[in-house]
Design a protein around this ligand. Structure first.
Ligand SMILES: NC(=O)c1ccc[n+]([C@@H]2O[C@H](COP(=O)([O-])OP(=O)(O)OC[C@H]3O[C@@H](n4cnc5c(N)ncnc54)[C@H](O)[C@@H]3O)[C@@H](O)[C@H]2O)c1
Length: 369
């Protein structure tokens, strides 16, 4: 039987562990998995684009576990009462192909994206950052704020969104977090002035330029989360030109990240190489660093394994017969049909090999399903 986790189960896990612990454990797992990069069978995600948005499948495996995520990106959805990003995922054992877990990943994507942002910022931002601008105050934004506060010590958030109601929601949601101050600004330029880290997490199916070169100050770390699809960017190309740029999986990021705007030989460094100390991260306090995040399947692999372990330990979720479990694994038909005695004599004769007459109605007629 496959374990099914829904959003309520994820909420229970977060309530039991506490948000700081969940984010910290996820970040630790993601970092550990990035450091065993060569053990994974990796590929860029499979994307189906339309004028409305994108639907993607994100598979990955090591020699023990296989996972995939189904995820969409439809910036217009919120105007129709649906999230921009919705997701679910599957974890299966490689030795048999048996699906162990099917889980919601909408909330979990927000958790793992924020955790990944912190893993990158720990390696790339100046030590002890205190302030972060948060441009785009939608579904992902509070998770980013909480992860940077709890795991990296950020105490001041400068928020900006073209939708004032989104910023007001962010302020309400973070009001009770001790030691975290949120101030709302009237423009991106005002919000980013003087901060250590800039997180851009906007949604617009467009070559947007949320950050332009004159807004970028020496030593800033830019955590660019929202440019994650062909034709959907957040950074002016000159911001990239004057920065050291880090990506998750280069073949995917060249297609989907802000670096899609740059020539194919524009230098980027894969994050795992910095985490594994094979490449330098930040070289000096004045350098501008960019984490051009698009979301990579490995982060969901880490999250699904985390949920699998946590749910079993806490008895969360319910078992469902997602795949058939016939008593005789070679008798799949017997698993869904009555015992042989109940089979009609004409069917029995057909089974015995008597030539069948051509039927006037070759397909069974039925009412609509
Ligand atoms: N890199 C990753 O791993 C990853 C993971 C999840 C989501 N994302 C991306 O992050 C983005 C945000 O996702 P979400 O779920 O929070 O979406 P959302 O629709 O809930 O929120 C996006 C917010 O951006 C605001 N916005 C749009 N244009 C803006 C602009 N020019 N200036 C300021 N604010 C602006 C919108 O008003 C909205 O409040 C999406 O583009 C999504 O695809 C990336």
């Amino acid at each position: 039987m496959t374990l099914l986790l829904n959003t309520t189960d994820i909420a229970k896990l977060v309530a039991a562990q506490g948000m700081p612990v969940v984010l910290g454990q996820l970040a630790q797992r993601i970092e550990q998995d990035f450091r065993r990069w060569s053990e994974f069978d990796k590929s860029a995600r499979v994307a189906s684009h339309s004028t409305h948005g994108v639907i993607e499948l994100m598979p990955i495996a090591d020699d023990r576990m296989y996972s995939f995520k189904y995820v969409n990106g439809h910036p217009k959805n919120t105007a129709e009462g649906m999230p921009t990003v919705m997701a679910f995922g599957v974890l299966a054992e490689v030795s048999s192909g048996r699906p162990l877990l099917i889980s919601e990943l909408t909330v979990t994507t927000a958790l793992r994206t924020a955790a990944t942002s912190v893993v990158a910022a720990r390696a790339l931002a100046r030590p002890q950052p205190r302030s972060m601008a948060l441009i785009g105050n939608g579904a992902q934004s509070e998770f980013q704020a909480l992860a940077f506060h709890h795991l990296l010590g950020v105490t001041e958030i400068h928020a900006y969104d073209i939708d004032r109601a989104a910023s007001a929601k962010l302020v309400r949601n973070l009001a009770g977090v001790p030691g975290l101050t949120v101030r709302v600004f009237d423009s991106t330029a005002a919000a980013v002035h003087g901060v250590d880290i800039v997180t851009t997490v906007t949604a617009d199916k467009n070559y947007a330029t949320i950050l332009t070169p004159e807004m970028v100050e020496p030593g800033m770390h830019i955590n660019a989360v929202g440019g994650d699809c062909p034709g959907k960017t957040e950074l002016h190309p000159d911001v990239l030109r004057r920065s050291s740029v880090f990506v998750e999986y280069e073949p995917q990021s060249r297609i989907e990240g802000d670096v899609q705007q740059m020539p194919a030989d524009f230098p980027v460094t894969e994050l795992w190489r910095v985490l594994d100390q094979r490449a330098a991260g930040r070289r000096n306090p004045m350098e501008v660093t960019v984490f051009d995040s698009v979301g990579f399947a490995l982060e969901d692999y880490s999250a699904l394994n985390y949920l699998w372990a946590g749910a079993q330990r806490r008895g969360l979720g319910r078992r469902v017969e997602l795949v058939a479990q016939p008593a005789n694994p070679k008798d799949l038909l017997g698993h869904i049909t009555p015992a042989p005695a109940a089979i009609s004599s004409s069917a029995a004769m057909a089974i015995a090999g008597r030539p069948r007459r051509q039927s006037a109605h070759p397909w069974p007629r039925s009412s609509a399903p």
